[in-house]
Design a protein around this ligand. Sequence first.
Ligand code: SAM
Length: 376
Amino acid sequence: MAAQEQQTILDCPAARTPTSPSTTAARGTSGISAIDVFCGIGGLSYGLAAAGIDVVAGIDVDGSCRFPFEANVAGAQFLERDIRDVTAEELSVLWPEGSLRLLAGCAPCQPFSSYRKGVSPSSDDRWVLLRELGRLVEETQPEFVTTENVPRIHDKTVFGDFVEMLHRLGYSVDSDICKCTDYGLAQSRRRLVLVASRLGTAAVPEGDWRDRPAKTVKQAIGNLPPIGAGDTHETDPVHRSRGLSALNRKRMVASKPGGTWRDWPTKLRAPCHQRSSGAAFKNVYARMQWDRPSPTITTYFHNFGAGRFGHPQQHRTISLREAAILQGFPKDYQFAPDGNVVPLTTLGRHIGNAVPPPLGEAIGRTFLNSLIEVNV
Ligand SMILES: C[S@@+](CC[C@H](N)C(=O)[O-])C[C@H]1O[C@@H](n2cnc3c(N)ncnc32)[C@H](O)[C@@H]1O
């Protein structure tokens, strides 16, 4: 949809007025209302809502996020908009009057990701998107702010500027690298989480699972029914895996859990694997291990050449369902309307992009706990 034709928030019939009631019983009653910019399919919002926060709206430029966002985040509306066109006035209409406002926004992480070696971040205009979140914070000055990104963003000017702006506006700010295993996930994802508050002291939540052994891939997905490469399970359309070429199938068969392409016979290796410099990624074309957490689920987890995304036992990459479980989405999360074919690459991108809901829930709880501290 062209930008000019897009729905504007102020025109939206569901925009809040002081008399708008909460629309479903499942909505939070904490007094905190959240708008999630860059909402994706709602991983963060789902977690915030599970903590008891009233998520009123999600904004994302990608219209394919609408169904999963609205189907799973009770009562929240999805606005298909480019953040660069969204104004403070539009956000202010969405937050119910009198609520404590949370502005959440996880800008796309690809410009900072270590998976994009050799790609200059400055060549990617998504660099500016964290600044757009900063603009909206500065213009609306909500009570609470949160953002999440790859750990490397910590040393980037754009992040330093964001933190400096929050301090200048009088926010209490905390940021830390969170290990998703500490939040009960069977995934070794690490993310930088920032929380900021104008009410009391902001504190990045510690994970409830931090003193326990990390969950394993087997515990998370070991009970799912087997499927073949390229197949979709007959009763679960999300349990769908990508097909393999004849060569990649041979490579998969030769791959050991936790091993590398060095386990393969020479004839199966790619030209870059055969160079004497050995300058090739070790953790591609590789299988996960049952007794460990998975690697970070990226947007390309369905691609054998893109990481350690081979199933520990079956000759295929992990399915959309398996990736969703490793990301902490509940089994009943609705990713596509009933009867629709689940799009592999689109949904794969959204699942890989998501904030794991359990991490979102911990972030939500930290804001709720801060209300107790300041007696609100
Ligand atoms: C890291 S993902 C967010 C994931 C989401 N927070 C979740 O937990 O599921 C970033 C999102 O930003 C969206 N995006 C990228 N550029 C945008 C823009 N200019 N305006 C609004 N959204 C944008 C992408 O479509 C993507 O869904």
